[in-house]
Design a protein around this ligand. Structure first.
Ligand SMILES: Nc1nc2c(ncn2[C@@H]2O[C@H](COP(=O)(O)OP(=O)(O)OP(=O)(O)O)[C@@H](O)[C@H]2O)c(=O)[nH]1
Ligand SMILES: C=C(OP(=O)(O)O)C(=O)O
Length: 213
């Protein structure tokens, strides 16, 4: 039970814009919330995770994810962007526990399995900073900073290369697809579905019928 996970979540009405081909406007906020609920529930069930802080200004998400047991941290600056939200979340955690080991994790990992997350976090213990590439091999789903080390998040386009260039070690852990499979597009949703999504995502995706993923 070492790690404090910091999970960022955009306001739901703006989230998952790249899913617009697969999911209509009216269903996308519910899907984004379901992804976050399944991600947070799996994270909280992981033996390597001490606690979870979700950085969000979305009131519904705050209520639902708080109800699962996550701590909710409001963004310091509305509209400051993903990396500012993560840096703020990590600093709030460390203001209270300066020695905390922190890991940023995306909120769009609906197939996340606690055991796979535990193996990734265990591998990260060897390094001051480390990251896991996403399933597409371009982005990042998890970035860790051990005790006393600044997180320095550089999520966004080409974040795999940018995290590597920043000196973070790339984690090469086999068979952890559930931690890598973020969902940005309809094809990603089908890939996550094939791995096995959590119950909230299964229910929300069922509403996409007859265009089921
Ligand atoms: N708190 C917070 N989280 C953010 C912000 N921008 C992105 N995120 C979260 O960071 C993760 C990756 O975000 P993106 O891929 O940029 O956005 P997305 O909503 O997942 O998808 P798109 O709208 O298709 O880009 C998701 O968990 C988002 O909810 C932000 O400004 N603040
Ligand atoms: C923000 C990132 O994720 P996404 O693929 O969801 O844009 C990233 O990979 O750095």
């Amino acid at each position: 039970m070492h790690w404090t996970l910091v999970i960022p979540l955009k306001p739901l009405t703006r989230a998952k814009s790249r899913l617009s081909d697969a999911a209509p406007d009216v269903l996308r906020p519910g899907l984004a919330l379901a992804f976050a609920q399944d991600t947070v529930a799996a994270a909280l069930a992981c033996g390597a995770v001490r606690d979870v802080a979700v950085v969000t200004d979305d009131p519904l998400a705050a209520r639902e994810l708080g109800g699962l047991g996550a701590r909710v941290v409001p963004e310091a600056t509305a509209g400051g962007g993903l990396n500012a939200a993560l840096a703020h979340g990590a600093s709030v955690v460390r203001r209270e526990r300066p020695g905390a080991e922190v890991a940023a994790l995306n909120a769009d990992l609906p197939a996340l399995r606690p055991m796979e997350l535990a193996r990734v976090l265990h591998a990260a213990e060897e390094f001051p900073r480390a990251f896991l590439a996403d399933a597409a091999g371009i982005g990042t789903t998890l970035l860790t900073a051990s005790s006393g080390v600044e997180l320095r998040p550089q999520f966004g386009p080409d974040s795999r290369a940018r995290h590597a260039a920043s000196g973070a070690a790339e984690l090469l852990v086999p068979d952890v697809e559930s931690v890598r499979q973020d969902v940005d597009t309809g094809a990603d949703l089908r890939a996550a579905w094939a791995l096995g999504v959590g119950p909230r995502t299964a229910a929300a995706a069922a509403r996409l019928l007859p265009a089921r993923p």
